[in-house]
Write a protein that binds this ligand. Structure first.
Ligand code: FAD
Ligand code: NA7
Length: 651
């Protein structure tokens, strides 16, 4: 990297004296970049008062902004910096005209370098701006150039935009799973697209990069930590397979989190690249409506910009909910903090009993921690309850403790530390109090839609006042026709990454292509990554009964024992398969459920078949693959109604 920026060192006092503002013209011709207007600073150098310093700071910020907007490509450099020279040579080779601001040649007096650091948060030079957007430094430009993408940044749709009364065709608020998918797809139709993404730090200060919940604090780190826990089980199993591994193998939390975070950082960068590849603009700013067609974007330094668009898409997702009891925000963590926690959480209380809670409890216990789950009512509300209870039993068998029908009422710190010690007071419905000590309390009690602080009332978008969720029609259109919404903010829709992506992509195709295809929210497969994974597609048994009546459904089921688990002699008949068929509709499969290793891999394939109208007869005529877990679905004969014993003896 280039020279480190030393805060407060490099300055220039009088713009008229700025001799070091070099205008590099590499084959510029008519496109010659223009110098920023000279703006003499009126700061009295002796005026060291607070007000004077503020004024000075403001003028430098304005100057930086003027530099940035004065040319398509602006580089802040130093003459002594090797990487700065390399970047300039590269731009010369690429025949790209640029303006280079040589910081070390500017007259001293003001705090350009310090303000530049504050502005970009980049700790090294050069800082490269393309079309007023910070692209990054040396590494980023070299990578973009290697990928052949630097020139692409310079292509734009300005001409089209000028014809239009708006700055953009589409502004997407939220650069998560849904927002990014929609932005890239819309840009493919040659639309001018801006995507704003901004992560408000968690109460404990955790923040992350571009890509939204799934990649940073959801599916990706969760599945990787689940994998870390499965490896411990594999180590145990390996004894019976002849591996002579010592019993006291230790897990290192820091190494795991660092490796996972490194992977996430590479994904953050790939998201950025793919926006560039698709010619969609990105800004790291918090978006909120200020007028019907105008939004304000505020970055982490409080810098504000305004943009207008013809169409808007809300894809702001959700953030974890807090209990609203003493000590929750001060001392508890949520999934937003867990995956980058710099220390092992130790003895952990997980509050909540839905999939985020059980998955986190599962992998923490799998890593060898002492884990308790505090359940207010039932496990996995909304999922098939038979499967949910089997998951709970399996977790209990593997050492996870459950405190049922209890809620925390107070969290107190006994001792600060990494982890510290917390005292948790909880209460059951009958008023019985439990007081227990933990190192960490993880709240997983649901998530709230990020819809209340984005000025939706200004254009008149209606939300469900109680939940904050946005109701939409079957084309993801809100109550304001030119404003759409997708993903986790939607009311009564599944909160899953592939759902948000599919909805975003199809919406862009309908808006800008000739498509009429709508997102199908029915029969969406999903998997809960508890230690014993649970895959599901279609209706739960309860919902199938409610919809078709008990007499009209047939439930085929069986326990099974994965071959791989027989040799280590563990978890016999814990895996379970169940298909729910609608009798009067040719025994069409309306519900598919499996508790198994790799349940997601199994469920994905069957979901395709269910989408094609799979019947029980077709399952029976399908020849299985032997010896795999999924073959159980081709041999199911026992119905629940028959009361037949479904425990299996093995292969
Ligand atoms: P998000 O991905 O949350 O993106 C919204 C983005 O908008 C965020 O980056 C947010 O910071 C940003 N934003 C918010 N407000 C503003 C604003 N005003 N201006 C600018 N930006 C803003 N799904 C699965 O399919 N499989 C899983 O295994 C899975 N596991 C999960 C595990 C956990 C712990 C969690 C919490 C979720 C999991 N999910 C999983 C759900 C999945 O992450 C979400 O369904 C998905 O991310 C929703 O995408 P989205 O685009 O609606 O929102
Ligand atoms: P869910 O699916 O909304 O479930 C919330 C869980 O937390 C559920 O078990 C609730 O119990 C429990 N809960 C809710 N409030 C409390 C309080 N105050 N005290 C104790 N327990 C409580 O949340 P998740 O976090 O698992 O997942 C939300 C979304 O995130 C999911 O759809 C994915 O998109 C990712 P209840 O059953 O209501 O008694």
């Amino acid at each position: 990297m280039g020279n480190s920026v030393k805060k407060g060192k490099v300055v220039f006092a009088d713009q008229n004296k700025v001799k070091s503002l070099h205008l590099y013209k590499a084959a510029v011709g008519d496109q010659c970049v223009k110098m920023p207007e000279n703006r003499p600073f009126n700061v009295n150098e002796k005026d060291l008062s607070e007000q004077g310093r503020k004024k000075e700071k403001t003028q430098v910020i304005i100057q930086i902004q003027e530099y940035i907007s004065s040319s398509d490509v602006v580089i802040f450099t130093k003459t002594t910096c090797e990487n700065c020279s390399k970047v300039k040579s590269l731009l010369d080779e690429l025949d790209v005209p640029y303006l280079a601001v040589e910081i070390d040649k500017t007259d001293p007096g003001l705090i350009l370098e310090e303000e530049l650091y504050e502005y970009t948060m980049e700790t090294a030079l050069p800082n490269i701006f393309v079309k007023e957007k910070l692209i990054g430094g040396y590494d980023e430009v070299i990578q973009l150039s290697k990928d052949g993408l630097f020139q692409k940044l310079l292509e734009d749709k300005e001409d089209k935009a000028k014809e239009d009364q708006y700055d953009f065709d589409l502004i997407v608020i939220g650069g998560g799973s849904g927002g990014l998918a929609a932005s890239k797809e819309a840009a493919k139709y040659d639309k001018k697209v801006l995507v704003l993404d901004y992560v408000t730090p968690s109460p404990l200060g955790t923040k992350w990069g571009l890509g939204g919940t799934c990649v940073n604090v959801g599916c990706i780190p969760k599945k990787l930590m689940h994998q870390a826990a499965l490896l411990r089980q594999a180590l145990k199993d390996s004894h019976k397979y002849g591996w002579q591994i010592e019993d006291n193998v230790q897990h290192n939390w820091e190494i795991m989190t660092k490796s996972i975070q490194n992977h996430i950082h590479s994904l953050n960068w790939n998201y950025r690249l793919s926006l560039i590849e698709n010619n969609a603009e990105y800004e790291n700013g918090f978006g909120e409506f200020v007028e019907a067609h105008k939004i304000k974007s505020t970055n982490s330094k409080g810098r504000v910009k305004y943009y207008t668009a013809k169409t808007f898409l809300i894809a702001t997702g959700e953030r974890p909910r807090y209990l609203g009891i003493p000590g929750d925000k001060e001392y508890c963590i949520t999934s937003d903090d867990l995956f980058s926690l710099p220390y092992c959480p130790g003895k952990t209380l997980v509050v909540g009993a839905s999939y985020v809670a059980l998955e986190c409890a599962g992998f923490l216990a799998g890593l060898g921690l002492d884990v308790t789950v505090m359940v207010r009512s039932i496990l996995l509300r909304g999922f098939d309850q038979e499967m949910a209870n089997k998951i709970g039993e399996h977790m209990e068998d593997h050492g996870v403790k459950f405190i049922k029908e209890n809620v925390p009422t107070k969290i107190e710190q006994i001792e600060a530390g990494t982890p510290g010690r917390l005292k948790v007071t909880s209460q059951s419905a009958d008023g019985t109090k439990i007081v227990e000590e933990y190192n960490t309390v993880l709240l997983a009690i649901g998530r709230d839609a990020c819809t209340r602080k984005i000025g939706l009332d200004i254009p008149g978008v209606k939300i469900n006042e109680k939940t904050g969720k946005i109701p939409v029609n079957d084309e993801e259109q809100t109550t304001v026709p030119y404003i759409y919404a997708i993903g986790d903010v939607l009311e009564n829709k599944l909160e899953l990454t592939p759902v948000a992506i599919q909805a975003g992509r199809l919406l862009a195709q309908r808006l800008y292509g000739s498509s009429t295809v709508k997102c199908d929210y029915v029969n969406v497969p999903t998997t809960v990554f508890t230690p014993l994974e649970y895959g599901a597609c279609g209706l739960s048994e309860e919902n199938a009964i409610a919809k078709y009546g008990e007499d009209n459904i047939e439930v085929y089921h069986s326990f099974f024992w994965p071959l791989e688990w027989t040799v280590p002699e563990r978890d016999s008949n814990k895996c379970y398969a169940k298909v729910i068929c609608h009798i009067t509709d040719n025994e069409r499969v309306v519900g598919f459920h499996v508790l198994s290793p790799n349940a997601g891999e199994i469920t994905q394939g069957f979901a395709v078949a269910i989408k094609c109208g799979l019947t029980k007869e077709q399952l029976d005529y399908t020849i299985g693959i032997h010896p795999v877990c999924a073959e159980i679905f081709t041999t199911l004969t026992a119905t629940k109604r028959s009361g037949e014993d479904v425990v299996q003896g093995g292969c």
